[in-house]
Design a protein around this ligand. Sequence first.
Ligand code: PHE
Length: 357
Amino acid sequence: MNDLRDKYLTAIADAAGESALEDLRLAAVGKKGEISLKMRELGKMSPEERQVMGPKLNALKDEINSALAAKKQALSDAALDERLRTEWLDVTLPARPQRQGSIHPVSQVTEEVTAIFADMGFAVAEGPQVESDWHNFDALNIPGHHPARAEMDTFYMHRADGDDRPPHVLRTHTSPVQIRSMELAGAPLRVICPGRVYRADYDQTHTPMFHQVEGLAIDKDISMANLKWVLEEFVKAFFEVDEVELRFRASHFPFTEPSAEVDIRCSWEGGTLKVGEGDDWLEILGSGMVHPKVLMAGNIDPAAWQGFAFGVGIDRIAMLKYGIPDLRAFFESDLRWLRHYGFAALDVPTIRGGLSR
Ligand code: PHE
């Protein structure tokens, strides 16, 4: 009995893992284990012998069982400790720069524009890129025969054979989001609508997909003066300069009346662009007072409300601000280009923290 006891207690203490421990349990106290077999021999003993051996064997069995249970607990504690040690993670460590992706200039500029207009009380609105012909054109006072439809080099979606409803289009500008915002929220309204737009055009300054941000403010007593102030504030904040000079040129858009295109004073001296000085002018946006027919299409009463709207090319102002010469490179996913022109992922543009660094 003493030999058995020593043998099993030592083996249990030395057991390397749970399966070795289970083997020991079977060998000692399992159905055919050594101690179980000894207990069966009790039947063949004399009553006197049995009285001595019975309690001894039972005590040995209990001792081994509790040694097994204690070891099992110790092994599982050790396994948990090991797991906690290897899975330990210091969440206070800084991000590793070599593993950071970079933010594309279009995303960066969209965030910058959003931050600037948020500060002036504009919310962000969105609309679909596959747009109804009505939202993209008719509701914006561009009827079927209007030359603007042809000028915009529209991509038309396909309709099933026999379906003669007008086909949907890839939106050619963000202006349809004006209509959707009016339908959704009514007046008064102050939104910007950034997003992708599509026109069949391709050269150094045109890609078939590009980005615009639309602005729309509707209220009582809104005039061209409000439009001018908002755009000047925007341009100063965006280009991070104290003074800019804007030129409002009379223009024509079917959905605004009057309409103005806005140029910014700049210089190209030495091949680099500087905003706010020089003798050149660069067109950056279209704008105007929302046409009464457009308000009506958005279920807003033009006798009670007026508004201004504008549309800025995001890619274009990104090229200007960050000196990026070719628009096509924006969409080629060239890693070297992205590393050069990209922005740190954790530097979120804010008015107070700074737009760009
Ligand atoms: N939608 C016009 C364009 O794409 C821009 C614009 C927007 C003009 C709003 C006036 C008002 O060229």
